[in-house]
Design a protein around this ligand. Structure first.
Ligand SMILES: Cc1cc2nc3c(=O)[nH]c(=O)nc-3n(C[C@H](O)[C@H](O)[C@H](O)COP(=O)(O)OP(=O)(O)OC[C@H]3O[C@@H](n4cnc5c(N)ncnc54)[C@H](O)[C@@H]3O)c2cc1C
Length: 594
């Protein structure tokens, strides 16, 4: 069965050495977040992940969910794990203390999210969706709605969901048909069917708080006529107590490729009582709060499974004996050398590690910007940080989940046949991670968001935020020993800048140019952003080594950074060429070519 050792050393390195937390110093969320507290939280989160959640990952995969008399039963052990998780206060780690949360900074929450997802992605869907629903209600709910719903969600007594998708409506939310009929008492009756709703029904929590997109009778057509409603499984009274059953039920659950223990439900609303959240016809804007937060977490999910796959592959490569090193036997006393000696195996493992640790750094860096955007007293700081977050959201969602799939597959390849058969359990990563490229807006749609919105947002100021951070890093990275990192990073930045300008010019002539370039552009951007994080990480490691405080950990950082710059980043050259080939080769072929 797979192992999982939470990457605590890397989290500590990133949080205490790589990140610049100075701009966060005066934030309320940092008051309690001393280095010791952060370390203690990470260690406890690692324990829950390794000891409680990870052992259930294969069980959940084997047993899956069952629908019995309209109730969804989760696999053996999941209820107990939820109890341990909620009693430990984990759902409220970063939530508002006013509603019972611990108010720690969001980047600590991202580390928790990575660990629990790496240990058990199916389980993590339940707290993940609950937190997303919490965010929406916290942001857009009335004071009274917050008092009634949030404390139980923060405690984990109640869970949450997000109900967008319908049979005729996936990416194109303008096609939503679910109806909301206003009632004299100010509530609404919700009628319609939603499909593929993660955690739509389960037996973990006492109540499930559904956030549902629906249309009012006189709503304008398309996305401008969608409103958001909170529809609990059990109606909630003025004191925040759950009462009688609401008219919403699970019609069926899906059988799917992976994440078998996260229930994927058809939800049927038969005149269920709902309350409006936010303004009428502004539902999509409210839901975007949840979707943007969920997109970051989905990216982290991809990274998490990549990390788990990578560490299992590395452990296997040290033990599996096959063939001899090309330069002569490394272990002549053994019947064969460990496969770690083979260049192709080393390539797969180093690519995996360079992607995983590069993404982890980018994720946590973005977590700090998110914290500044939400909580900093100075509006200019909030706006600047918000631009970084807006720009990185589609990149993190799409690239990290692509990395999840790539690295899970590389991990299987390192295992050979042992990876394909189910005994080692690593094929579960390949299956479990695959959905992350599809839900929360497909990766193709993320790429369109990057070129169609973020590239031109705020007259280019959103795009510029990345180049400003990059220039800041290069300015302070002056050690000539680091030229092997800053040089390729600088070149990649220039390439990205020119590709951005090229796309901007071409898309004003033909919108298909933006669509055709989008996926390659997102990957090019992501790799350049990883070069940014690897340059920063290498600078920290080099400083330590120069100061005589070197260790195998810092040396491994430098080696991986070097590998990234020489063996991964050059992919941007090919992506640049593909982008500049333009839309013609994609849009010109006759229908018979497909
Ligand atoms: C396991 C699972 C869990 C899910 N959980 C939830 C949930 O909790 N809540 C919820 O509301 N939904 C959920 N979904 C639904 C999920 O968000 C959708 O599947 C996803 O948004 C894509 O919609 P679709 O499947 O209808 O694909 P479609 O929209 O039909 O897209 C099909 C293909 O066309 C492409 N495409 C579509 N439109 C465009 C365009 N304009 N430009 C370029 N390409 C385009 C897409 O990228 C994709 O490749 C879940 C789905 C699954 C499978």
């Amino acid at each position: 069965m797979p192992i999982y050792n939470a990457p605590l050393q890397d989290f500590r390195f990133l949080i205490h050495e790589y990140l610049d937390l100075e701009p966060c110093r005066d934030l309320e969320s940092m008051a309690e977040a001393t280095p010791d507290v952060i370390d203690a939280v990470l260690e406890e989160a690692a324990k829950v992940s390794e000891e409680v959640l990870q052992p259930l990952n294969a069980v959940g995969d084997r047993e899956g969910c069952r629908l019995e008399d309209g109730e969804v039963r989760l696999p053996t052990g999941f209820k107990d794990a939820w109890r341990v998780y909620t009693e430990g206060g984990w759902p409220g780690l970063t939530c508002d203390p006013e509603y019972g949360g611990q108010g720690l900074p969001g980047f600590v929450g991202l580390a928790l999210s990575e660990m629990i997802n790496a240990a058990n992605a199916s389980f993590s869907a339940y707290p993940g969706l609950t937190h997303g629903a919490y965010e929406v209600l916290h942001h857009y709910g009335t004071a009274e709605q917050k008092q009634r719903f949030l404390p139980a969600m923060v405690e984990g007594r109640w869970a949450g969901t997000m109900n967008l998708t319908e049979p005729q409506c996936g990416t194109d939310l303008g096609l939503i048909r679910t109806r909301a009929e206003p009632q004299d008492d100010g509530t609404y009756r919700i009628h319609g069917t939603k499909i593929w709703i993660t955690a739509g029904e389960h037996d973990l929590a006492d109540n499930i708080v559904h956030l549902v997109l629906a249309r009012l009778p006189d709503a304008p057509a398309g996305t401008r006529g969608i409103s958001l409603f909170v529809v609990p499984k059990f109606n909630v009274d003025a004191e925040g107590s759950a009462g009688e059953r609401n008219a919403v039920r699970c019609g069926s659950i899906e059988h799917k490729m992976g994440q078998s223990a996260s229930s994927t439900c058809e939800m049927i609303f038969e005149g269920a009582v709902g309350e409006l959240v936010g303004e009428e016809n502004r539902g999509l804007a409210c839901m975007f709060t949840m979707m943007n937060a969920a997109r970051l977490v989905t990216g982290i999910q991809g990274l998490a499974m990549a990390s788990a796959a990578q560490q299992n592959a590395a452990a296997f490569a040290r033990e599996r004996l096959q063939g001899r090193a090309l330069s002569g036997p490394r272990f002549p006393d053994k019947p064969a050398d460990p496969i770690l000696v083979h260049p192709d195996v080393r390539r797969m493992l180093l690519t995996s590690r360079a992607l995983v640790e590069g993404c982890r750094a980018l994720g946590i860096y973005t977590g700090v910007q998110l914290e500044l955007e939400r909580r900093h007293a100075d509006e200019t700081v909030r706006i600047g940080a918000g631009r970084w977050v807006a720009l990185m959201t589609p990149i993190i969602k799409a690239f990290f989940t692509d990395v999840g799939s790539e690295v899970a597959n590389l991990g299987m390849q390192v295992h050979g046949g042992a990876g394909y058969v189910t005994d080692t359990g690593v094929e579960q990563f390949v299956r479990d991670v695959r959905i992350t490229q599809i839900y929360e807006g497909t990766n193709g749609v993320q790429a369109l968001d990057l070129v169609g919105r973020k590239l031109i947002a705020d007259s280019g100021a959103t795009l510029k935020s990345f180049f400003d951070h990059a220039a800041g890093l290069l300015e302070k990275t002056t050690d000539p020993a680091l030229e092997e990192f800053t040089g390729p990073f600088r070149e990649a930045l220039e390439r990205l800048q020119q590709a951005s300008a090229w796309i901007y010019g071409e898309m004003s002539r033909d919108p298909n140019e933006a669509g055709a370039a989008s996926a390659d552009y997102l990957r090019m951007f992501a790799l350049t952003a990883l070069a940014f994080t690897w340059t920063g990480q290498a600078a920290v490691a080099q400083r330590r080594i120069t100061a005589g405080e070197g260790s195998a950990f810092y040396q491994a950082k430098l080696d991986t950074a070097r590998y990234f710059m020489r063996r991964v980043l050059p992919e941007t050259l090919g992506l640049d060429a593909k982008i500049r080939a333009g839309a013609g080769p994609i849009m010109d072929p006759v229908d018979e070519a497909f």
